[in-house]
Design a protein around this ligand. Structure first.
Ligand SMILES: Nc1nc2c(ncn2[C@@H]2O[C@H](COP(=O)(O)OP(=O)(O)OP(=O)(O)O)[C@@H](O)[C@H]2O)c(=O)[nH]1
Length: 452
């Protein structure tokens, strides 16, 4: 009935929890494949293998064709754009104000100077006000109205200074070139708006040039050519910057996505390992510890009992006439009965007690801090509870019972084997006495049975 020779080879313990999910071999290998593919992707990235990566498509504005990705990029860039806009507006305000000094030296304090002073101060104040607003509310940096209003005020102010300023036309051309480059590179905005405002600047400048009646066609052509070149330079540079920025952003997004996937794969793998550990230590039919795990826990308990000098009792529980039950009701019903008896056994035990399926229809229990009297009380409770079990899968006349053999681990015993042998002998004696009973190893009744 008890194969004690195999105990060392089959250490076991008790596990009350049951696995929540079962894992098939196919799904396990599928998951492993996913992890490996991500790992190899990461490895190829680390090795600088860029060929595998596909750059996201950009449109003529050098923005992502994917609207969601572009929106994400803009959201990510908001804080940086807001800061850049603040600095740009403040720089423009300072430059406009600084030119007041040049104006006063060129014009003296007259009506033209006062008009210029008013224009320059107005533009500078508008720029400063918007800079403050953007500082307080960075989201304004990506709103069309405030930024383009600043463009309108700034460019219009600049164009208005031309007729009032007596400087040489070359100075105005240079100013326009700087303004055009500023629009492309200093003030963050989307390309269509930048192009529109540059067109306004170019048109306004052409009209303002009409102010100089003596302007030679060569000078006019030079001015327009320079402005055209400034536009080309600004556009090409902005285009390169935008492309570079978005390519880096796409890589960052991909990297983050890879990391997120890897993280979730690692978590899934951790859960799988946890489940595999549970499965390796649990008897799949009854949900209690398998024999190997029972021995792991019980031997740990044995060492603790020996260290602390506290008793440890062992119970072998065997379902009576289980073969008949199997033969009569079938193996599937037998399995159900086994699981029911296992959970019935668990229900009479304390948290610290250890139960495992020893094999077949046999269970083994280790009761820490229990002498044979306590163990007998627990075993009797268990026996009665099993005999009262309502088992709808069996016929009305069928009665289920268990026989329990009990022993205690003696002080000089360093392994569970002798106690298990004695408990098994007591169980055998109980069977011999007619089953459905609890027998303590070495008790008078057990001795009688042995002699009989
Ligand atoms: N349904 C089912 N039956 C099992 C399982 N493991 C062992 N058995 C059966 O349990 C029965 C054990 O029979 P025996 O060892 O002769 O003992 P018994 O019929 O209970 O008789 P006693 O122990 O003398 O009361 C065998 O028929 C085994 O096939 C199992 O996992 N499921």
């Amino acid at each position: 009935m008890l194969d004690v020779c195999n105990e060392a080879a089959h250490p076991g313990n008790r596990l009350r929890g049951r696995p929540t999910r079962t894992i098939s071999g196919r799904s396990l290998s599928r998951r492993r494949g996913a992890v490996n593919s991500i790992l190899s992707r990461k490895e190829s990235m680390a090795a600088g293998n860029n060929e595998a990566r596909e750059a996201p498509l950009l449109d003529w504005r050098s923005e992502f064709q994917d609207a969601a990705l572009e929106a994400l990029h803009r959201r990510t860039m908001l804080a940086q754009d807001a800061q850049q806009l603040c600095y740009a507006l403040l720089a423009i305000a300072v430059i406009f104000l600084a030119f007041i000094l040049a104006d006063v030296t060129l014009l003296g304090v007259g009506s033209d100077f006062l008009a210029l002073l008013a224009i320059r101060t107005f533009v500078a104040l508008c720029c400063m006000a918007l800079a403050m607003a953007v500082k307080l509310q960075p989201a304004l940096a990506h709103r069309r109205l405030p930024v383009n209003l600043a463009y309108l005020v700034g460019i219009s102010g600049l164009l208005l200074t031309i007729p009032l300023h007596p400087g040489p036309v070359g100075l105005h051309i240079a100013t326009m070139v700087v303004a055009s480059t500023t629009l492309y590179l200093l003030v963050p905005n989307r390309l269509p708006w930048i192009l529109a405002w540059n067109a306004y600047l170019l048109l306004g400048f052409t009209v303002a040039l009409g102010y100089w009646s003596d302007l030679s066609p060569g000078m006019l052509a030079s001015g327009l050519l320079l402005l055209g070149f400034a536009n080309l330079l600004g556009w090409v540079t902005l285009n390169r910057l935008n492309r570079l920025q978005r390519r880096q952003f796409a890589l960052l997004v991909e990297e983050r996505e890879n990391n997120r996937q890897l993280q979730s794969e690692i978590e899934e793998r951790r859960l799988l390992e946890q489940q595999l550990r549970i499965m390796a230590s649990t008897d799949h039919l009854t949900g209690i510890a398998n024999r190997r795990h029972f021995f792991e826990l019980a031997e740990r308990e044995l060492n603790r009992s020996r260290r602390q000098g506290i008793p440890l009792a062992i119970c072998m529980v065997d379902i009576d006439l289980f073969k008949e039950l199997n033969d009569h009701h079938g193996h599937a019903v037998g399995d159900l009965v086994l699981a029911t008896v296992a959970s019935c056994c668990e229900s009479v035990l304390r948290e610290t007690d250890i139960i495992g399926r020893y094999g077949g229809e046999e269970f083994v229990i280790a009761l820490p801090q229990a002498d044979t009297t306590t163990a007998t009380t627990i075993a009797e409770r268990l026996r009665k509870k099993v005999s009262l079990l309502s088992l709808p899968m069996l016929s009305d006349t069928a009665v289920l019972s268990v026989t329990v053999g009990i022993s205690r681990v003696e002080e000089d015993e360093t392994t569970l084997t002798p106690a298990l042998l004695r408990a098994d002998e007591a169980l055998y004696e109980g069977k011999a006495q007619g089953r459905n009973r609890v027998v303590v190893a070495g008790s008078p009744s057990s001795r009688d049975a042995i002699e009989a």
